[in-house]
Write a protein that binds this ligand. Structure first.
Ligand SMILES: NC(=O)c1ccc[n+]([C@@H]2O[C@H](COP(=O)([O-])OP(=O)(O)OC[C@H]3O[C@@H](n4cnc5c(N)ncnc54)[C@H](O)[C@@H]3O)[C@@H](O)[C@H]2O)c1
Ligand SMILES: N[C@H](CO)Cc1c[nH]c[nH+]1
Ligand SMILES: [Zn+2]
Length: 433
């Protein structure tokens, strides 16, 4: 049973705060395990990665088999049925078209002193793309990581994807080929993040690591940040649906289950202004859970982290949604645009009852690698910008230096940084002398 909350009940604030504060990932245990794994990979490189892969993914590798060979990839691609290839290509084209619009412009101008100023965007040289593979396989996440990186112009793309028990989804390799990935390693978890960040004899280190993953992956990304860049913490999936009574309870139930089935730590929440509708959705979830293939996972997620919240009106729903800052926000109400305008903290918003969140997972176009665990308060979904950095450009003319140099020299004296001041003053003296 999920939690049932009602904003009109006196204990609501306490119960809602507990829901917001519930720890679904990043427990001290996970972080301690991850710290040890990273230290081991830093010390022993390939040998540690191979041992940890044997322990967690039950597959025996060698330095030669850590990476998929060109022959293995070619053979796997032959197995992909035409309809699956077509669906993947449609998804890739839509994701590429969306992300191409994100490419930012360089800037270059001359100000009124004659100083030339600007900035220039350039891509990171090498990116490591994490593609989850423990409980499910994610060809779609290959596209969502690799296409923005390619659009940005990243030189080298390396994927890490676990293959538990040696199971490989050929679609993952096809997605890697479609999106122009250079290297695919069959490793996962914290050991994969550590190998990408620090490098091993076999795996060259990267500059930036992106992509979603479970609690171990999320904790490892936090720990390697600084050695490499990371995109965000994209941990166990979440959905918040705000729905009025004019919806089919079964549709909403399926939308909630679509994220619950990712992981026992996933979270699905419904907010409605009609208590009866909320109960009907909860009943529909129970009914679907009787037969859903992934009922074992989805059922635990719904039981432990699911919630149905009744509110007095949709304004209140928007206010609660902003406090939750969900990864995905689905607005199944009569005027979704108006409600969307009031919900500022969310990774991705899906408007109207014909936009199930699953469209965004695969073919909508926007990225499905999104901030979780309330981090949508301060971060955004994966984009082309995550693979770019900005370098500023300045060029002084003698006139510009005469105009603004004295202020620099003054500020340097104020900070007691003599060499700073002198480096400006020496030029000014020559110009004025
Ligand atoms: N936020 C997003 O954008 C987004 C997108 C897709 C998926 N997801 C989430 O990604 C996650 C995928 O998780 P997954 O488990 O299927 O795949 P995963 O690849 O993230 O994790 C599998 C790896 O976890 C490690 N691991 C498992 N148990 C361990 C243990 N006890 N100790 C140390 N390491 C251990 C293993 O190394 C294994 O290879 C789900 O939570 C899903 O909701 C999020
Ligand atoms: N919903 C996930 C992000 O939380 C992405 C995904 C991939 N495939 C299915 N779903
Ligand atoms: Zn999903």
């Amino acid at each position: 049973m999920p939690q049932f909350l009602d904003s009109r009940q006196p204990d609501f604030e306490t119960a809602f705060a507990a829901l917001l504060g519930a720890k679904r990932e990043d427990s001290p245990d996970v972080d301690a395990v991850v710290a040890d794994i990273i230290a081991d990979v830093r010390t022993r490189g390939d040998a540690a990665v191979i041992e940890l892969t044997e322990r967690f993914d039950r597959i025996t590798l060698t330095p030669q088999t850590l990476r998929f060979s060109a022959e293995e990839i070619a053979q796997a691609l032959e197995e992909v049925p035409a309809p699956e290839r077509a669906a993947l290509e449609l998804a890739a084209a839509r994701i590429r078209a969306y992300h191409e619009r994100q490419m930012p412009q360089d800037a270059d101008w001359t100000d009124d002193t004659g100083a030339r100023l600007g900035w220039r965007w350039s891509a990171v040289s090498a990116a490591g793309l994490y593609v989850p593979g423990g409980l499910a396989s994610y060809p779609s996440s290959v596209l969502m990581n690799a296409i923005p990186a390619k659009v940005a112009g990243v030189g080298r793309l390396a994927i890490a994807v676990p293959t538990p028990d040696g199971q490989v989804n050929p679609l993952v390799l096809l997605a890697a080929q479609i999106s122009g990935v250079d290297e695919v390693y069959r490793i996962g978890g914290a050991q994969a993040i550590a190998a990408l960040a620090y490098g091993t004899d076999t795996i060259a280190p990267v500059d930036k690591i992106t992509g979603p993953g479970n609690a171990f992956v999320a904790a490892a990304k936090r720990r390697v940040f600084g050695k490499v860049g990371i995109d965000m913490i994209a941990g166990p999936s979440e959905i918040l649906v705000i729905a009025d009574r004019d919806n089919d309870p079964d549709w909403i139930a399926l939308d909630l289950l679509s994220q619950a089935e990712h992981d026992e730590s996933a979270q699905s929440i419904l907010i409605t202004d009609d208590a009866g509708f909320g109960r009907a959705v909860a009943d529909a979830v129970d009914k679907r859970l009787e037969t859903l293939e992934r009922r074992a996972i989805a059922g635990v997620s719904w039981r432990d982290f699911g919630a149905v919240i009744t509110v007095s009106d949709l304004d209140e729903a928007a206010a609660l949604s902003n406090r939750i800052a969900p990864e995905h926000l689905e607005l199944c109400v009569a005027d979704p645009e108006a409600l969307a305008a009031k919900t500022v903290h969310a990774g991705a918003i899906f408007l109207g009852q014909y936009t199930p969140e699953a469209i965004g997972d695969y073919v909508g176009g926007p990225n499905h690698v999104l901030p979780t665990a309330r981090s949508a308060r301060f971060s955004s979904g994966l984009s082309v910008m995550d693979f770019l950095k900005r370098t500023t450009l300045s060029r002084m003319t003698p006139e510009a230096l005469r105009a603004i140099g004295p202020a620099a020299a003054q500020l340097a004296r104020s900070e007691s940084l003599e060499a700073h001041g002198l480096s400006v003053q020496a030029r000014l003296d020559r110009l004025n002398g």
